[in-house]
Design a protein around this ligand. Structure first.
Ligand code: NAD
Length: 288
């Protein structure tokens, strides 16, 4: 089965729109996401445009704060401080990458953890590593890992006891995904660029999550029959110039129980998770 991200995303956004309409009745306004975009990176600009479009579909407000590429770290910090204090803003997303002269690490820590919709601040990271079950209502987990879990849930994959392999150990994808899988009682192996005989490890997996950033890295010889494959990668296929994932979908799909395509898979649900996280921040901020 090839996962239909577009259809599932449409369903999620529709549910969110209904919930946000109820929040408006109760609190007089809908949740508001603020996206801070520094510079004009092509991928970031496209992602922010998609945030605006999908916020509208989810019945949320989305305010984009655009700053020049040449903005100083102090100016960006000051913009975040204003958003932290603005009671009409419930969620803050600082679009990465930031220009090289700005420290990503320092900037992230200036976001108020209660408004941190991508779960990147120290407080949210530490809560993720302490929690024993996945309860998204208590604090924000990063959007992409939340979307990976949503895809597995929508595909009715019972993770309990399954052998899962996550390829990639970044703070924003690989590591949080591994913790969320563990909380569902999966057995988790995390592979990375120093892993020996990676293909043999991946071949044993019931569920593979690929978050590497290398076009079509996972080929048919790495995937066993009946495996579930979630492809997080966003790359450009050098031969065709088209977007592709970390998995060679065409070579692998016939042997998979379920596979997510690129485009049309994880990315579709990641934007939904951003909207869900914004709504959850709103609810926490209003209920204390
Ligand atoms: P990253 O560069 O921070 O991390 C990549 C990871 O892959 C590292 O941990 C590294 O050890 C591992 N890796 C690199 N080469 C490897 C190799 N040869 N063998 C095994 N492991 C290897 O990247 P990231 O931010 O985690 O993103 C990964 C991919 O997911 C990228 O393509 C990115 O564009 C994409 N992405 C997609 C979404 C989405 O919503 N769909 C969101 C975030 C990232």
């Amino acid at each position: 089965m090839v996962f239909d991200g577009k259809a599932v995303a449409a369903k999620v956004l529709q549910t969110l729109a209904a919930e946000n309409a109820k929040l408006k009745e109760r609190y007089g306004r809908v949740p508001c996401l603020s996206v801070l975009l520094v510079g004009e990176d092509y991928g970031s600009t496209r992602y922010v445009a998609s945030c605006e479009k999908n916020a509208q579909r989810a019945g949320l407000e989305c305010k984009v704060v655009r700053m020049a590429e040449t903005s100083s770290e102090e100016e960006v910090t000051e913009a975040i401080r204003r958003l932290n204090e603005d009671s009409s803003v419930d969620g803050i997303l600082v679009q990465m990458p930031l220009p090289k002269h700005i420290s990503q690490e320092r900037i992230v820590e200036t976001i108020l953890p209660d408004k941190d919709v991508d779960g990147v601040t120290d407080r949210n990271v530490s809560q993720l590593w302490k929690q024993r079950r996945n309860d998204y209502s208590r604090f924000c987990v990063p959007c992409t890992p939340r979307s990976v879990m949503r895809i597995l849930e929508e595909s009715e994959i019972d993770l309990d006891g399954l052998n899962t392999v996550v390829i990639g150990r970044s703070n924003i994808v690989g590591m949080p995904v591994s913790k969320l899988l563990m909380n569902e009682n999966a057995t988790v192996t995390v592979c990375h660029s120093h892993t020996k005989d990676l293909a043999a490890i991946v071949r044993e997996a019931d569920v593979v999550v690929a978050a590497i950033g290398k076009a079509k890295f996972v080929g048919a010889e790495m995937v066993r029959n009946g495996a579930v494959v979630v492809d997080v990668g966003i790359n450009v296929d050098e031969t065709t110039g088209k977007m592709c994932g970390d998995v060679d979908t065409e070579a692998v799909k016939d042997r998979c129980k379920m596979i997510t395509p690129v485009p049309g898979g994880v990315g579709q649900l990641t934007i939904c998770s951003l909207m869900e996280n914004t709504m959850d921040c709103f609810k926490r901020l209003h209920n204390g």
